[in-house]
Structure formats: C-alpha cells, structure tokens
Design a protein around this ligand. Structure first.
Ligand code: F6R
Length: 607
C-alpha cells in the first residue's frame, strides 16, 4: 500500500526521492507525488497513475531543494485523482501518510467549526489542516505535529515537512511501519528498508507510537508516553533488498525461477547438521505441550495455512483451525490456554493478521509467526518468529514466499509429529531427505515453462475458469484460482473436487476450462471420477498430474501436463509451480500488468 520516503540530504533530493518511490512501487499505488523545500519554501509535484507520469512532470517542472518527502498512494479515501494525491499541503506544512485516520470526519467537523474547510476527499488532508491550525496558534512545527498526532485515531505512518525548516522532518508510526535511515550528514525516512537500501544500510525501525524528530545530525525518538527512547541502529542486508529483475521480463518471473534456491536456503536454516532433524531458533518450540494450533492469515498466506492443516493433522495428529484474519479478529473466537497461535504473513505488516495476533496475546500459550520480513510488526510482536528466507518479494502476486511458507510449515508439522510421538526419527529423516531433493524437482518442473505458456495461451481466451483439487491439492486449487484472477483478471473459482456436484457443476459447459491438479496419490481415482463428470458435460479439463497419473488418464482431456514425480506429502509445494506459471503466462498473453495488477497492494496495511 502507500509508500513513504523522506530525505534531508546534501544534494538535490528530487531524483533520489523518485528513485526511492520506484523501489516502493511494488507495494501497489495509483498516484505519486513529492514535495521539497527550496530556499526554505515548500513546493510539490504530483501525478496520477504510474511513477513515469511524475518523472515526466518533473522534467518539465523540476523541483529543487535538499530536503523533501515523497509518496505513492493506494487510494482508500477518495478517488485516485490529482487533488487526493499526496503530499497534502496546508500553508506551511506538507504531509504524506500511509494508513487510515479513522476519526477524520470528527476532525473535519471540528475544523469546520473553526472556519477551516477541506479541499480533498482524503483523511490525510485533515492531518495537514490540523497541523497548520496549531502552527497558526503559535506552536512550533514539532509541537504542532505532536499535538496533531495526539488527536488521531486509526493506523498511520506519517511524515511532515515544514516551510522554513530545511533541516527537519517529523515522522510518526502507529499501525503502519516506518524506518529512519542514517547517512553521513544526511538522514532518511522510508516505509521499508527496500526504499532506503541505495541510500544507507543503517536503519532504525520505529516502534508503535513512536515520534521521530529527524535532522541531518541524527534523530530523537519519543515513545507513546512521550519519553525519549534509544532505538537500535541495525545493519540491513543490502543483498536481501535487491530489486532488479535479473534479466527477466517481470519480477514475478524472476521470483518463480528463484524458488529452488530460496527453498534450499530455507531448508539450510532449519535442518540440523546431519539433515535428520528440524532445528528452530532461540529456545525453539515443543509441540507436545499444545492441544491445538490456531492458524490465521490472509490471501495466499491463508492457503499456505490450509495446506499446513492437512500436514499437522495427518502427520502429527494435531487439531488445527485455520481462519481468515479479517473474520477471526471480530468473531471473538475462544482461544484455549494450550493453543499455539500461528500467524503467517509475507510482509509481516498485514493489518488484519496483526490485529488477530494482538487478539491472541495473553490468551494463547505461544504466538508463533512465519514471516518473510524479519523486522516486521508481526515478527516483532511474536514469541517466536520464523523467517522463511525467501528474500525480497516484489511482484504483487506472492510466489516464492508461498512455497517458502509451505516449506517452513511442513518442517514445523514434521517437528510436531516427532515431538508428539506420531512419527519415528527414521520416518522423519526419510521425509526430510525427500525435502532436500525438492529444489532439484522444482527445477525440472520449471523446465515445463513452454508447456505452461502454450496451455496459458488457450486459457487466456476464457472469461471464467474453475480449479479443482482434493486433499492436499485443494488449497493449491484455491491458490491457482487466486493467482489467475489477480494477475490476468479472468474470473476463477476453486472447489474441492468432491464439492463439484453440490452446485458448481451447473457452471460447466464447453466454454469452461477446468484446471485439475492431481498427482497419482491415494485420492487420484476419486478426482478422475469428478473429472469425468466435467468432461461428460462438455467441460474442458486441463489435467496437471505426474507420469503415473497421465498413464491412467483416458482420452478426452483437453490438455495434459506431466509433472515430475514427488513424495505425495511434498506435492503442494511442487504443484505451486504450475499454478504460478499458468497464471503468469495467461497474464502475459492478455497483456495485463503482471507485477502491479490493478487495485492490488503488496503490503495490506489497512483493514
Ligand atoms: C496473493 C497475495 C495476497 C497476500 C495477502 C497476505 O498473491 O499476495 O493474497 O498473500 O495479502 O499478505 P501477507 O502474506 O503479506 O500477509
């Protein structure tokens, strides 16, 4: 969602602000803008649409100055038009904001009684108006910003720049992440380390409720009680924050092909030296102390949890509930004391998942998270945070983070099976040995790229598609449908194969492609029966199976793609590849924006 950057520099900042915004593009946005101070005077440039529109504008109407702020906006309050584009300005103050000011209507009403009107549809404008109001009353900029922040309800990351204050930025974090970057005689503020990476590798992450007063000399941070606090300066790993496409046409393509390597990395972090056991950081976890797992996430991460449910139940005999975070957080579900609550999130900042985590605090025995961003809010608020080691994921559609989430969750299920005496050490070692071979098998699956591209060309002609799967392949079918709809805009739904005749079969006709994910496992024959039911009604089946499955498949299948053989327990990780490649090539065939699909944001920091 919205990206924020701020610079107090030694040189002209406009080009660096735009470059930083480019690195934040992956979060999803629909307009962008910057404001700078030249000779102490605020000025701004804003443009609707892609960042290139802002760059073009700056060519014709450059902005000078060595202090500035920038923003990519993902519209929440008000359409993505110029008036609503950040930075918002009221007299001597310019503000950029990520999040939602929930009480902005009350604030507007209050301002109106003072004769202060608004000009935009945004909640953010009220922050600028209120700050100007306090400055008009004689408060200095920092105090005016602080007084404004005291009045705000909701979730926000805010950055203020003031007329006549070329050595000052004020940053505030509550609910949306913000980091301060340290340079030499320069200071930076950004939504994440990716934005800051080219400028500095020394970063201070703000905590909830922190307000940072930034000058070129350094930063003074106060916590939510107003006490001055020392937050650590951390070295970020630049290698992990590279955002180039490495020769690929899209980040998504690059990230799909990275999967063998990053899954290998994840395994390297969690396997014992002899490869026969799973080791967790810190004091680890003992699953024999838990009665149940409650797993909560959104979107693709939710499907990773659904897959894990099968693993924990089948391998470890452990009861598992899986919930969508936005439902869980308001349902007031009972959380029993011997529950391990697990939160899965690539970004670690998803607002609903974070709220669900906070709901479980003090109720569950242990808060465990599985995240890609080590310093994220979800990681920081967990008893134990397990990184998935996928590296920066830039494509909005999650690919390598999904398979790394699955890998870490499978390792946890195996550990649970061993802790609870449900699996012998030898059986565990055997499965771990298959898992070590998985990156090579995924490489073979990636060699089928052309086959998926051909199949996708046909799929791209469809208006609708169905995905079917049974058992471990059911969550994968859901993931395949989500991937297809989010990047190709083809309407796609997924069903457990056995559910087909309870309603969705009515949709089947000769224009309906049905993608069936089914390795030759114990449930294969049942899925084949469901496939026959589709074909008998003229439906076009695209079967993704293995050699044994292909050998047992009758003629009449529209398209058949043969995957490498794999241990059935690992099949969801391997079969994520066809789900991703089909969606990717369909989107390419349709010419949609693969890496930044319309309306979507990478890091969903509002509910
Ligand atoms: C789909 C996708 C989203 C995310 C969801 C949760 O490709 O990426 O559905 O999985 O928004 O995001 P995280 O994992 O960051 O909590």
């Amino acid at each position: 969602m919205c990206g924020i950057v701020g610079i107090l520099g030694q040189h002209e900042v406009a080009p660096t602000l735009v470059e930083a915004l480019r690195r934040l593009e992956y979060r999803g946005y629909d307009s962008a803008g910057i404001a700078t101070l030249k000779d102490g005077r605020l000025d701004r440039r804003r443009a609707v649409g892609k960042l290139v529109n802002l760059s073009d504008l700056l060519v014709h109407e450059p902005l000078a100055g060595k202090a500035g702020i920038g923003h990519t906006r993902w519209a929440t309050h008000g359409a993505p038009n110029l008036a609503n584009t950040h930075p918002h300005r009221a007299g001597p103050v310019a503000v950029v904001h990520n999040g939602i000011i929930e009480n902005y209507r009350d604030l507007r009403t209050d301002l109106a009684t003072k004769g202060i009107g608004h000009e935009t549809d945004t909640d953010t404008e009220t922050v600028a108006l209120l700050t100007r109001h306090f400055m008009d009353q004689g408060l200095p900029p920092v105090e005016a910003a602080k007084r404004t922040i005291e009045r705000l309800e909701g979730a926000y990351a805010l950055l203020f720049l003031f007329d006549g204050e070329p050595d000052l930025l004020v940053a505030a974090r509550k609910g949306s992440p913000l980091a301060v970057g340290h340079g030499t005689g320069e200071m930076f503020v950004g939504s994440d380390a990716i934005a800051l990476a080219p400028m500095t590798d020394r970063v201070t992450y703000l905590d909830e409720g922190d307000i940072a007063v930034v000058t070129r000399e350094g930063v003074t941070i106060t916590d939510e009680k107003g006490n001055t606090v020392d937050r650590p300066v951390k070295r970020i790993r630049i290698g992990n924050t590279r955002v180039d496409k490495a020769g690929h046409k899209h980040f998504m393509a690059k990230e799909i092909t990275e999967q063998p390597a990053v899954i290998g990395d994840a395994l390297g972090h969690y396997l014992s030296a002899d490869g026969r056991d799973v080791t967790l950081p810190g004091d680890g976890l003992d699953f024999s102390g838990f009665d149940r797992l409650t797993m909560v996430a959104c979107g693709t991460a939710y499907y990773a949890c659904l897959t894990a449910k099968y693993w924990f139940e089948q391998l470890a005999g452990m009861p598992v509930e899986v919930d969508i975070a936005s439902e869980f957080r308001y349902r007031e579900p009972p959380v029993t004391p011997r529950t391990c609550a697990v939160f899965v999130s690539q970004s670690g900042e998803t607002a609903d998942t974070l709220a669900a985590l906070r709901y479980c605090e003090g109720k569950a025995d242990t808060i465990l998270s599985v995240v890609n961003v080590d310093e994220s809010s979800i990681a920081r608020e967990s008893d134990l945070a397990l990184p998935i080691h996928a590296g920066a994921e830039i494509g909005v559609a999650s690919t390598k983070a999904f398979t790394c989430q699955l890998t870490v969750l499978l390792l946890l299920a195996l550990k649970a099976a061993k802790d609870r005496g449900a699996m012998s050490a030898d059986d565990m070692a055997d499965t771990l040995s298959s898992l070590r071979g998985l990156p090579a098998t995924i490489n073979h699956a990636l060699e089928l790229d052309d086959d998926f591209a051909k199949a996708a060309r046909r799929l791209s002609e469809a208006d609708n598609a169905l995905f079917l799967g049974r058992g471990l392949m059911y969550p994968l079918a859901l993931e395949g449908a989500l991937k297809l709809k989010e990047i190709s805009y083809i309407h796609a739904e997924a069903y457990a194969s056995g559910e087909l005749k309870h309603g969705p079969i009515a949709l089947i006709d000769k224009r309906m492609p049905v993608v069936v994910m089914a390795p030759r496992d114990a449930l294969f024959d049942k899925t084949v029966s469901n496939m026959q039911e589709v074909m008998a009604r003229g439906g076009k089946v695209m079967l993704i199976t293995d050699h044994a499955g292909a050998a047992e498949t009758d003629e009449g299948v529209w398209r058949l793609i043969e995957m490498p053989e794999v241990d059935p327990v690992l099949a969801p990780i391997l079969y994520a590849i066809p789900a991703q490649l089909l969606a990717y090539h369909t989107a390419v065939a349709k010419g949609t924006d693969v890496d930044q699909p319309r309306n979507l944001a990478k890091s969903v920091t509002v509910e």
